[in-house]
Design a protein around this ligand. Structure first.
Ligand code: SAH
Ligand code: SF4
Ligand code: F3S
Length: 449
């Protein structure tokens, strides 16, 4: 960094809006870390900001629409404050660099996913230029993990273990905007988590688009995901370790056994199935069958008996007939997921599924989504009801969003719990909560202290 760049933020404010997944949340924390290093101050007041960054997602059309709406709103601000810098960064920027400037000429900078660690240089360039700055690299050899991080929370933090995705599921844009898989070194990951523990963080989520292929891009014989889990389980300063996302095809017995034999890896398996029909899974290029998935769940439940299992589902994938949809419905009833994130299939241009025949009309997709959500909600509620009367270990993560008299936290199985504060527990503590009332997405209880 040049001397001049070191204080480009002195006396200036930045704000940031983040869309998309946990990887984007973490990228935003790394962007904020870089800005703070050059003396920018964070503000949550958009009107006050000298720099506004929008970290974007393009996984579904609905996300893009929302983001273009947000970018449009900023035009008014730029008109009254011409020196304001507006930056569009992340996945949609990687994909639509030219389109963004065309649609929104008030945007000053467009920056992709591969060079986010170069933010300060790019902002310096914008400040010295009258043109739009488009800084979109194809793929960086440098590890983006090494930029400073300004964590949003105080108890739970994300730590990326790998970037990119090699899977090319036929509906998904992620491999095109995030590039090929690159794993960080075990030593770097352990160092980052150890430091977070020393700062007081208790709950760490290891991030990657497909964490189960961790280390495959390193030399043969080096640490794989099971090995990484064993290594991070030994870090004393941390209470809980989570990871996301797993690809069912690459989840194996070694990993499940490593989790079963660990102290800190939480008993929560998020295993996106996407569809419960073998025909659709094949067209999606997921690389497993329902029978394989069924066996996988059996191993999980045998080796980690109290595990919670959650999933992602897409409805209305091209060629999904009512009969195939019924297979998905029957499958979720059979597996009994604790929770499922359900999405309407969204055509992403450039992906193979976008041009597949037999696209499903929107009203049919919506009706199926409702049917699926209703069925899943019933299952989630029934499973949560079984927890009533039980006492569970909960990590105090902060105040309840709607009621400052209550704390919120999560169980090891990743269930959200709310309870009346007793005055004896503090943020970051592990407390026993007796569950008194279960809802579909939430447990309510009483602290036993
Ligand atoms: N790498 C992770 C997350 C990918 S994006 C994984 O493989 O699970 C998160 C979820 O978005 C996916 O699991 C999928 O259910 C959904 N998704 C991805 N592309 C989509 C599309 N084109 N339309 C609808 N949902 C999609
Ligand atoms: Fe997308 Fe599939 Fe990669 Fe997940 S594994 S990011 S769904 S291509
Ligand atoms: Fe995440 Fe959306 Fe990008 S889901 S990887 S922010 S396209």
């Amino acid at each position: 960094m040049t001397d001049k760049a070191k204080d480009i933020g002195t006396g200036k404010y930045f704000t940031m809006v983040t869309y998309g997944c946990q990887m984007n949340e973490n990228d935003s924390e790394r962007l904020a870390g870089q800005l703070k290093q050059v003396n920018y101050t964070y503000t949550d007041k958009t009107d006050e900001a000298d720099l506004i960054l929008i970290n974007t997602c393009c996984v579904r059309e609905s996300a893009e629409k929302k983001i273009y709406g947000k970018i449009g709103e900023l035009k008014r601000l730029k008109a009254v404050k011409p020196e304001l810098i507006i930056g569009i960064v992340g996945c949609m920027a990687q994909k639509d660099r030219e389109k963004i400037i065309k649609k929104a000429p008030h945007v000053d900078l467009v920056m992709g996913t591969n060079n986010l660690h170069k933010l300060v240089e790019v902002i310096t360039e914008v400040a010295n230029s009258k043109e739009h700055v488009v800084a979109v690299w194809e793929q960086s050899e440098e590890s983006a993990g090494e930029s400073p991080v300004s964590h949003k929370g105080k108890v739970a933090a994300y730590v990326p273990i790998m970037y990119g995705c090699n899977n090319f599921c036929t509906y998904c844009i992620v491999p095109y905007v995030r590039g090929r898989e690159r794993s960080r070194q075990v030593s770097e990951i352990v160092r980052e988590i150890t430091a977070l523990g020393q700062e007081g963080f208790k709950d760490i989520t290891l991030l990657g688009q497909n964490v189960n292929s961790y280390g495959k891009d390193h030399q043969a014989g080096t640490t794989d995901f099971a090995g990484l889990l064993k290594a991070v389980d030994k870090i004393d300063t941390i209470e809980r370790i989570r990871y996301m996302t797993s690809h069912p095809r690459d989840m194996n017995k070694d990993v499940i056994e490593a989790i079963a034999g660990s102290q800190k890896i939480c008993e929560h398996f998020h295993l996106p199935i996407q569809a419960g029909s073998d025909i659709l899974l094949k067209r999606m290029n997921r690389g497993y069958t329902t029978e394989y998935y069924r066996e996988l769940i059996k191993s999980v439940r045998t080796l980690v008996p109290n595990a919670s299992i959650t999933t992602d589902l897409i409805v209305g994938f091209p060629g999904e007939t009512d009969e195939l949809f019924q297979e998905t419905l029957a499958f979720i009833k059979e597996i009994q997921f604790d929770a499922a994130y359900t999405f309407l299939y969204s055509q992403r241009s450039g992906t193979p599924a976008a041009t597949m025949p037999e696209q499903v009309p929107l009203p049919i997709k919506k009706a199926r989504l409702k049917e699926l959500m209703d069925a899943q909600n019933e299952i989630s509620l029934a499973l949560n009801k079984k927890l009533e009367g039980q006492t569970l270990e909960v990590l105090v993560e902060g105040d309840s969003k709607n009621d400052a008299a209550k704390f919120m936290g999560r169980t090891r199985t990743n269930k959200l719990v709310l309870w009346e504060k007793t005055g004896k527990e503090s943020v970051g503590d592990l407390v026993n909560i007796k569950i008194t009332h279960a809802q579909t997405w939430l447990l309510k209880g009483q602290a036993i202290i």
